[in-house]
Design a protein around this ligand. Structure first.
Ligand SMILES: *Cc1c(COP(=O)(O)O)cnc(C)c1O
Length: 500
């Protein structure tokens, strides 16, 4: 920030929109928000005790700021964040739904929040019961035979699933060489396959937006360890030939991995296990309403069919008679993949959500998510190109093909949406759609919110034709406008250097 933008008080404002200097640039010598009582033990001579371990690089020490400076600094920073609690957040594939606050209260109960992860089983019966029941609920929702709660995120679940597949094939005599992936797959699918030593073969999507069994029949062989597929896929379309595809893969001794990131479209309506898949990960932070974004924490439990149950990570949390216990005797377990039981705070929130919704509530949520996405799709299809113009499930994917002749791109449209007070949709994904705009409204939005968003999108479509310059320079109403995203990624400045 240039000094011209900094007021004498350290903060410059445009109206009530504040800039915020680093906390090191605020305060003054000797200021403090909290003064501890005088020590009643002798002071430690740091230099004598730690010698060479003390920093000597001349970097400044702690900021010296008053209480109100601390409060305002962090409050202002928090207000720079756009969140699902502040507005509509239709980020496709991310399921930015309401995070019920009751979940937070449940996860913060002292008996859970204060439990020590090294407690013995008999001291942690409540937590273990809840984790065991959560695993059972996830089995019931998905139709999978058994669930491990350990993986810390969806991508981690993928890695765990592929490790189990590799272990099972290795035990059968040959780990095989390749993994089949539809071209619409999320990038983590190929990364997880590669981490497990597999070469990825990309399969094209059929003209109706889903993978065709005939394509799998052509590419399936005894070299293929697994097919990874997302259902509904990243176009928001149901994989209509999934059952036949599973049969084809199984006939040649392979496994089917289902990326369950889009389970929000299926709860209570379709059980992926019934379609024949062998592994499924859940993104609890997406489907089951735990807050996410900014890198976590999340939880990516993984469910398996009976064929892979003996390979699950240990320990499993299980009911044994009247008690709950950790089970380590899984014969061919791939071992532990996460410290302790996984991200328990996230697991507790998902449990609270499932209990609050009930089975019929979850089915209603998925049905409403699908209805909302189709409402957006139907109202915008006159203004934006729809590469797969069919009813969708929980999200819909447009492109900039009608705006491109005016020199306006998907990026410009996304940036302009911010001027109307909306978080942009996912852009340029899935990769098989050129300049994709992927909109996932979720079930928790009202029709008024959807109408407001749709009206903004329709106005933007008109602006593209009439005032393309307006879009090229958008956003106009944010604190900062277009940033150099390449420089931000390539030359990040993550360390404060004193200017003197
Ligand atoms: C979010 C997502 C993932 C990865 O999940 P994380 O929990 O972010 O690791 C994988 N596949 C799809 C389709 C996703 O949307």
């Amino acid at each position: 920030m240039s000094s011209a933008e900094t007021s004498p008080g350290g903060v410059a404002a445009r109206g009530l929109t504040f800039n915020e200097p680093l906390i090191f640039e605020q305060g003054g010598e000797g200021r403090a928000a909290f003064v501890p009582p005088a020590a009643d033990v002798p002071a430690l001579d740091l230099a004598a005790t730690y010698g060479g371990l003390l920093r000597s690089d001349g970097l400044p020490g702690f900021p010296q700021v008053s209480a109100i400076e601390v409060v305002r600094h962090f409050t202002r920073l928090s207000q720079w964040n756009f969140s699902v609690d502040s507005g509509f957040y239709p980020l496709g594939s991310c399921t930015m739904k309401l995070n019920p606050k009751i979940n937070e209260a449940a996860a913060a109960l002292p008996g859970f929040a204060g439990a020590h992860p090294l407690s013995r089983d008999e001291q942690a019966q409540g937590t273990l019961q809840l984790l065991s029941e959560l695993a059972d609920y996830l089995c019931a929702i998905s139709g999978m035979a058994k669930v491990s709660l350990q993986p810390a995120a969806g991508a981690h679940g993928e890695l765990v699933g592929m490790l189990m597949i590799r272990a099972a094939l290795t035990r059968a005599g040959n780990p095989r060489r390749t993994v089949l992936l539809p071209a619409s797959a999320h990038g983590t699918n190929s990364a997880s396959s590669a981490l497990c030593g597999y070469e990825v073969i990309e399969l094209p999507c059929g003209p109706r937006g889903y993978l065709e069994a005939a394509e799998v029949a052509r590419r399936m062989s005894e070299e293929v360890a697994a097919l990874m597929i997302t259902n509904p896929n990243t176009l928001g379309l149901f994989e209509a030939e999934i059952a036949a595809i599973c049969d084809l893969v199984h006939e040649r001794g392979g496994f089917v991995y289902c990326d369950g990131a889009n389970l929000n479209a299926l709860m209570g309506l379709v059980r992926p296990g019934d379609t024949g898949v062998d592994v499924l990960h859940f993104n609890l932070h997406k489907t089951f309403s735990t807050p996410h974004g900014g890198g976590g924490p999340g939880a990516g439990p993984v469910g398996v069919s009976a064929r892979l149950a003996d390979y699950l990570p240990t320990p499993l949390v299980e009911r044994v008679g009247e008690r709950y216990a950790l089970r380590y005797d899984v014969p061919h377990s791939i071992g532990r993949v996460r410290a302790f039981f996984g991200n328990v705070g996230v697991l507790l929130r998902a449990y609270a959500y499932i209990r609050a919704m009930g089975g019929s509530g979850l089915a209603q949520a998925s049905a409403d998510a699908v209805l909302n996405a189709n409402y957006v799709r139907a109202r915008l299809r006159g203004a934006y190109a729809l590469p797969y113009d069919r009813p969708c499930l929980h999200e819909c994917v447009f492109t900039d093909a009608r705006q491109a002749p005016h020199g306006v791109t998907t990026l410009d449209i996304a940036k302009r949406l911010m001027d109307y007070g909306y978080h942009p949709p996912t852009v340029y994904f899935p990769l098989i759609v050129k300049a994709a705009l992927m909109i996932e409204p979720t079930e928790t939005e009202t029709v008024e919110t959807l109408d407001g968003f749709i009206d903004a999108m329709l106005r933007i479509a008109r602006e593209c034709a009439e005032q393309p310059q307006l879009l090229h320079e958008a956003p106009h109403l944010t604190r900062l406008s277009r940033l150099d995203e390449t420089a931000a990624a390539r030359r990040p400045q993550i360390r404060w250097l004193p200017s003197t």
